[in-house]
Design a protein around this ligand. Structure first.
Ligand SMILES: Nc1ncnc2c1ncn2[C@@H]1O[C@H](COP(=O)(O)OP(=O)(O)O)[C@@H](O)[C@H]1O
Ligand SMILES: O=c1ccn([C@@H]2O[C@H](COP(=O)(O)O)[C@@H](O)[C@H]2O)c(=O)[nH]1
Length: 208
């Protein structure tokens, strides 16, 4: 069998990366797929006290364990299983859980900085960047982080001003230039999703 198809999905925090990935899977009717969240590869911080974990810049490339992610993608490309870390946003560190991931024909990896690392970028067959203005992203992040990530409004606002917004403009937005497709998530994007689905089917057809 030919190597698995790798799709990278980047975009600012709360731009709609996970939502777009789900739309692609639904439209394509794909099942033999692994979805990896780059967030699970944030560095383990269990040895740091909680007050220090709050202060880490989680929007800087150095906050992620790209060596481990690269190694894991290479293993999956060789049809080998991996033991993937699982991140706990409420505790600002990796959880005790490990997820055993079996190789599949399609590997989708999403994350704010997934197109920032040149070695990981080179493994992609299709690269996507999801676009959304800062204000809408901030509002969606605030609602999500209060509901799903156990964050206070004060913490969300401070973090956004101190690191999330400046790092987006410094490290994340510039990676747009590496994307094959830009998906606007403030307007209808059904055609962009259709084009991606068609491309996935074409590549899979050629690799049969
Ligand atoms: N087109 C959209 N319209 C309204 N809400 C959306 C849209 N896309 C995503 N959202 C919502 O915004 C929040 C962040 O989306 P998500 O896909 O989790 O972003 P990301 O994976 O980029 O962090 C979620 O609560 C999601 O339901
Ligand atoms: O402990 C942590 C680790 C990360 N974050 C924030 O998460 C987002 C990335 O996740 P999205 O799902 O793409 O929004 C990033 O902007 C980090 O600031 C965190 O708050 N705490």
């Amino acid at each position: 069998m030919d190597k698995p198809l790798v799709i990278l999905v980047a975009g600012g925090s709360a731009s709609g990366k996970s939502t777009v990935v789900q739309e692609i899977l639904d439209k394509a009717g794909l099942e033999d797929v692994i979805i990896i969240n780059h967030d699970d590869y944030y560095l383990d911080q269990k040895d740091l006290p909680m007050e220090k974990r709050y202060l880490i810049n989680y929007d800087h490339p150095r906050s992620l364990d790209n060596e481990l992610l690269y190694k894991d993608i290479k293993a999956l490309l060789n049809f080998e299983p991996i033991d993937k870390p699982v991140y706990d946003f409420e505790k600002f560190t990796r959880s005790e859980k490990i997820e055993h991931v079996l190789p599949k024909k399609i590997i989708i990896i999403e994350g704010i900085l997934i197109l920032e690392n040149p070695r990981i970028r080179e493994l992609a067959d299709i690269s996507i960047f999801v676009e959304l203005d800062d204000d809408t992203r901030f509002i969606r992040r605030m609602l999500r982080d209060m509901k799903e990530r156990g964050r206070s409004l004060e913490n969300i606002v401070l973090q956004y001003q101190k690191t999330v917004k400046p790092m987006f403009h410094k490290y994340i937005k510039p990676t747009k230039r590496y994307a094959d497709v830009l998906i606007p998530n403030d307007t209808k994007h059904a055609i962009a999703v259709d084009l991606i689905v068609a491309k996935i089917k074409q590549i899979l057809g050629e690799r049969k």
